[in-house]
Write a new protein. Structure first.
Length: 322
């Protein structure tokens, strides 16, 4: 990394250095023709996202979270502690989609900045109305907007957004940027453990795991996001066994990935030390040089998953020119 260079720009420079395209890749510092818009459910590292916000090449629209009658926006408010206290106290925590007006404002800002098109990538339409709001806004602006339903959440969505940013920086057009975003999302897998299904049940996001609710025995479910919805994988009786099984499943996935392209993200909410231990163990057991990151689950997702959630996202990196 060059002295004083932001990590996100170093990331972009490193990725572009691996790209072999039939056209010349744009310079890292140059503004691309295609802007990328997403929502805060993508769980992008804040410093990474901020590095690309100044020239509008990336905009993250905050997802609203309601605690009681108060409305908070991810990234606009420090809501982690507020959500944690509300969940611990059993207070109602609700979420909503961003308004079409928020997306329209983001798209118009990109248009005014001179972008020729926008790829707008969002969390699964089966879990939120965000995609619908984005499509409504896309019909109101003067440049083409390709709305991508990533059919997933968290850094699985975030990896797709990063792929779109990379493709735009490499000089790809609108269709190719959207295509690479979708390919990257297809190359990810989301596994997670929740201490209880109650929060998912309250939010109506429990999906096919609904049959597990009301079971006579207390269970510690391991779930996945597949086809845009939450699906049940395994029922485990104790927390240690559930975490151990989550680690086993994630390690199996990592072992199947090309070492030079293996990516790993672990999300947590209210249990950072436990998540750090899980990440360290996966890195130690995984491919040499696997890129890994630890981050708090965005409030809009934590509101449904609850305290103590552990999410593991594994991915095979997809690069322009593949």
């Amino acid at each position: 990394m060059a002295e004083g260079e932001q990590p996100a720009l170093a990331w972009l420079r490193s990725r572009l250095g691996r790209v072999r395209l039939p056209w010349r890749a744009a310079a890292v510092e140059a503004r691309p023709a295609i802007a990328v818009v997403t929502d805060s459910a993508a769980a992008l590292p804040p410093e990474w996202a901020a590095a690309f916000a100044a020239d509008r090449r990336l905009t993250v629209v905050p997802m609203p979270v309601m605690v009681g009658e108060e409305i908070f926006g991810e990234g606009e408010d420090d809501i982690g502690e507020t959500i944690s206290l509300a969940l611990a106290a059993g207070k109602p925590v609700r979420t909503s989609r961003p308004s079409p007006g928020q997306f329209e404002a983001a798209y118009r800002a990109a248009e005014v900045a001179g972008f020729a098109g926008i790829v707008s990538a969002h969390l699964s339409a089966d879990l939120s109305g965000t995609v619908e709001a984005a499509r409504l806004a896309a019909s109101r602006v003067g440049i083409p907007v390709e709305v991508v339903d990533t059919r997933t959440v968290g850094m699985a969505q975030g990896f797709g957004v990063q792929a779109a940013v990379l493709a735009a920086a490499a000089g790809m057009g609108l269709d190719d940027v959207a295509r690479l975003c979708r390919r990257q999302v297809d190359a990810t897998k989301v596994l997670f453990y929740v201490p209880s299904l109650e929060q998912l049940r309250r939010g109506g996001r429990v999906g096919a795991a609904a049959s597990w609710i009301g079971t006579v025995f207390a269970i510690k479910p391991i779930l996945a996001v597949e086809g845009g919805i939450v699906v049940p994988l395994e029922r485990v009786r104790t927390v240690p066994r559930a975490v151990a099984r989550l680690k086993e499943l994630a390690a199996e996935r990592l072992a199947q990935l090309p070492p030079e392209r293996a990516r790993l993200a672990v999300h947590h909410f209210g249990n950072q030390p436990q998540a750090q231990e899980l990440l360290d163990e996966l890195v130690a057991a995984g491919p040499s040089g696997v890129e890994a990151q630890l981050s708090r689950l965005p409030a809009v997702l934590a509101a449904h998953a609850g305290l103590g959630v552990l999410v593991v996202v594994t991915a095979e990196a997809v690069l322009p020119g593949d």
